[in-house]
Design a protein around this ligand. Structure first.
Ligand code: ADP
Ligand code: GLC
Length: 493
């Protein structure tokens, strides 16, 4: 460590408020701010997407542009700068032809064909850009496959560089389902020597190159975003073929639960809501519900009936097949359902058909709409997360704070955060089910719907959830301990 302060560089493909497709952005926005408040010199580095250029009009332009090699090409780039709302420095790697695009990773025809080039370029540019800025990190903390190349690069081409001689790497797996798989011919552009890195103990994965595996194999420490998922990924059921290597690295693997940024997700201060409320006065929640029914065109009569909601990427991971299997049984009852989602066009089409069968009962909003996500969180009564797998899941924790009771499949972080209601003791904060089966999901929903009619129990369960504290401070301390262990220091900070 130069001086007293621990220096940590976050390499991430997304972070709130700059660019977001899912929960990783929430984490990469909030965790560095929590560390910053603990006195750590933490900085972020992201690609300079179009979303960044459109939102950040105050970008600082550092003078130093530099060139780097990508395969046979030599490409010029430079670093732009900004800060998070709490003042954490953020750097953006600018390269118009690679990052100035409508989306982060792809469009409705699929992933961008050159994602390997894009994120290989990002990895090299981050490692070189940080040198031009003279920020010498003690820890480089990488997130998901888009940054997985970095730990390998630091053990390969950058190993000899004095600048990184004391740097240790942490790689966080937010989702093992996204593995950054590319044909082996792409290895050439990574700058890694083939013999040393491309083999089953390296970043070869069943005949492909996996940038996720690169992070898993070469980082000094691995984390994933809940204790249960850390165990699950070591099994054949959840490991997606990475379970063997993860079992071999289990001593380096830690499960640290994500937190909630209550400056953004709290119904007493949420800027997107028509009325505010908290645990002591929940009257504003009914105002939010009425406004949501109005906004989505649902029957006004649903105001005193259970209103169910889901906010999710429309992806195989999220259990939408379970929802589609029970939709008709559910909506013949006195209930309403609102879904906000974007992703798989087939899932979207099936949901659209269901809306046609239940007008006034079911509403679907597609696309990515953050303010609407907040209004749904506040206006709904019951929040559904029937995930096939869920590394952590953030929306169940948001739902708790908004007095919206979660019905979740007990897997990954959902299992670590949601406990079933116990009638005798009044304990619990939601409803869980285990088998990945429509009946099991439907039974859990029925429990929630029937409890809705028992106001004492309902408000008691709401209180349990609203009082819970999942703020980032505890998780940030766990990360800090990990960084300190890696650096061989009794205490970092
Ligand atoms: P994942 O990262 O797997 O998508 P998480 O529960 O960790 O799941 O995080 C999802 C985040 O993305 C939450 O902040 C949620 O509100 C948000 N989100 C998901 N889909 C949408 C959408 N269509 N519009 C707005 N926000 C969304
Ligand atoms: C991933 C996971 C989700 C997790 C998020 C943030 O996208 O699917 O469960 O909450 O990352 O870590």
């Amino acid at each position: 460590m130069d001086g007293d302060r621990l220096k940590v560089l976050y390499l991430t493909p997304e972070a709130v408020p700059f660019a977001k497709t899912g929960g990783l952005a929430d984490v990469a926005g909030a965790l560095p701010e929590a560390l910053h408040q603990m006195g750590i010199d933490v900085r972020l580095i992201l690609p300079c997407y179009r979303a960044v250029l459109e939102k950040q009009h105050d970008l600082e332009r550092f003078d130093s542009s530099f060139w780097l090699q990508l395969g046979d090409a030599f490409l010029e780039t430079r670093v732009l700068g900004s800060r998070t709302p709490q003042g954490v420095p953020v750097y953006f790697i600018e390269r118009e032809d690679l990052f100035d695009r409508p989306n982060l990773y792809g469009n409705n025809q699929g992933d961008y064909y050159d994602n390997c080039e894009r994120f290989t370029f990002f990895a090299h540019a981050a490692l070189q850009g940080i040198q031009t800025l003279s920020f010498r990190p003690d820890i480089i903390h990488c997130h998901d496959w888009q940054t997985g190349l970095v730990p390998a690069l630091l053990q390969g081409p950058y190993r000899a560089e004095d600048f990184f001689s004391r740097t240790r790497t942490v790689f966080t797996i937010h989702n093992i389902g996204y593995q950054g798989l590319f044909p082996p011919a792409k290895l050439r552009i990574t700058g890694l020597p083939l013999n040393r890195f491309y083999h089953p103990e390296g970043l070869e994965y069943w005949g492909n190159l996996s940038l996720l595996k690169s992070g898993i194999v070469y980082a000094d420490a691995l984390t994933t975003v809940s204790p249960t998922y850390a165990k699950e990924v070591q099994t054949a059921e959840y490991g997606r073929g990475m379970e063997g290597i993860l079992r071999r690295r289990r001593d380096a693997l830690h499960g640290i639960l994500n937190g909630v940024d209550y400056r953004i997700w709290d119904p007493s201060i949420d800027v997107h809501l028509p009325a505010h409320y908290d645990i002591t006065d929940r009257s504003g929640k009914a105002v939010c519900k009425a406004a949501l029914l109005e906004e989505t065109g649902l029957d006004r009569g649903l105001i005193d009936k259970p209103l169910l909601a889901m906010i999710s990427r429309l992806d195989n991971q999220k259990g939408l097949d379970l929802l589609l299997a029970i939709l008709d049984q559910l909506l013949v009852r006195d209930t309403g359902l609102i879904i906000l989602g974007s992703g798989d066009p087939h899932i979207q089409a099936a949901l659209e058909q269901a809306v046609g069968r239940f007008p006034g009962r079911m509403a679907l909003r597609t696309g990515f709409d953050d303010p609407l996500a907040h209004r749904i969180m506040a206006g709904a009564d019951i929040f559904l997360i029937p995930s096939r797998y869920e590394p952590c899941g953030l929306t169940q924790m948001y739902a708790l704070k908004y007095g919206t009771l979660p019905v979740v499949r007990a897997t990954g972080g959902l299992q670590d955060t949601i406990a079933s209601f116990e009638r005798v003791t009044g304990r619990g904060n939601g409803f869980t089910f285990s088998a990945y089966a429509p009946d099991a999901f439907f039974d859990a929903i029925l429990q929630a719907i029937s409890l809705y009619g028992e106001r004492d129990h309902w408000t008691g369960l709401q209180s349990n959830g609203m009082a819970a504290d999942f703020s980032w401070a505890r998780s940030a301390e766990a990360y800090l301990r990990l960084y300190a262990d890696l650096l061989g220091k009794p205490e970092a900070g």
